[in-house]
Design a protein. Structure first.
Length: 252
């Protein structure tokens, strides 16, 4: 969406605050031995206390309040009771919500406890590249320039990007124009970032895979070539200067 009024700005900031706080508290709540369902129910409780609704459940009838992935799952992981967290797991939580007609989205990958799988470099690279991209965005810039930056920096660090998972516009709904903000350089994407627009920018930094494929559950995505993927996502307001990070309270 493009922000046109002060009321819209206040409401998009509020829903962004809600998802940001919920994501941060869910990360802090996660512990070895806990199920993904228990963590998801905690997240759902937080959203309800804020008066917000789970966006994936509302928009897509997703079987959970949030998407939770473990290790080699990439995105859209179903938070089931038999998905049990272990020390050293790579966990991804994606929290999006609707509040008073406005929507926001954010996500983060983190290591639970000790880094037993040596995945800290992957996680830190994903966060670093996300912030590099945020600092570079300006109104009028081609969207594919950000994709090029993300892909280039990932390669420099020895990683790849997931090419069929993308950032997107957000605000009046969960996914809206621009519908694709890729992690790679797409010469055919001639769209530009618009001033006062709201977007969800996300990185998908991969150790082995280039694409995500869907499992038989109809939701969970994994890498086509295996390995691990770290994702980090902020909801942003595009301004004349650097974008304003509306989900800054998630602590990414």
């Amino acid at each position: 969406m493009v922000i046109k009024t002060e009321e819209e700005l206040i409401k998009i900031k509020k829903v962004s605050e809600i998802v940001g706080i919920t994501l941060k508290k869910m990360q802090e709540y996660a512990k070895p031995g806990m199920s993904a369902k228990e963590l998801d129910e905690y997240g759902g409780k937080l959203l309800k206390e804020f008066g917000a609704q789970s966006a994936p459940r509302l928009a897509y009838n997703f079987p959970g309040n949030t998407c939770i992935c473990i290790n080699k799952e990439v995105a859209h992981g179903i938070p089931t009771e038999n998905k049990i967290f272990q020390e050293g797991d790579l966990i991804n939580i994606d929290v999006s919500a609707e509040y008073q007609g406005f929507w926001a989205d954010n996500g983060a990958s983190f290591i639970l406890g000790k880094d037993l799988q040596n995945l800290s470099p992957l996680v830190e690279t994903s966060k670093r590249i996300l912030h590099m991209a945020i600092q570079r965005i300006r109104p009028g810039m081609k969207i594919n320039e950000i994709g090029k930056l993300i892909e280039t920096e990932a390669k420099k660090a020895g990683y790849r990007v997931i090419r069929n998972l993308v950032g997107h516009g957000v605000g009046n709904s969960l996914h809206e124009p621009p519908r694709e903000i890729p992690n790679f350089y797409d010469r055919l994407n001639t769209q530009r970032f618009a001033k006062n627009s709201v977007i969800a920018l996300e990185t998908f930094i991969s150790t082995h895979s280039n694409y995500a494929k869907e499992l038989n559950d109809g939701w969970t995505l994994v890498g086509d070539l295996g390995g691990f993927v770290a994702q980090h996502e902020h909801t942003l307001l595009i301004t004349d200067k650097q974008p304003e990070i509306l989900t800054y309270m998630n602590g990414i």
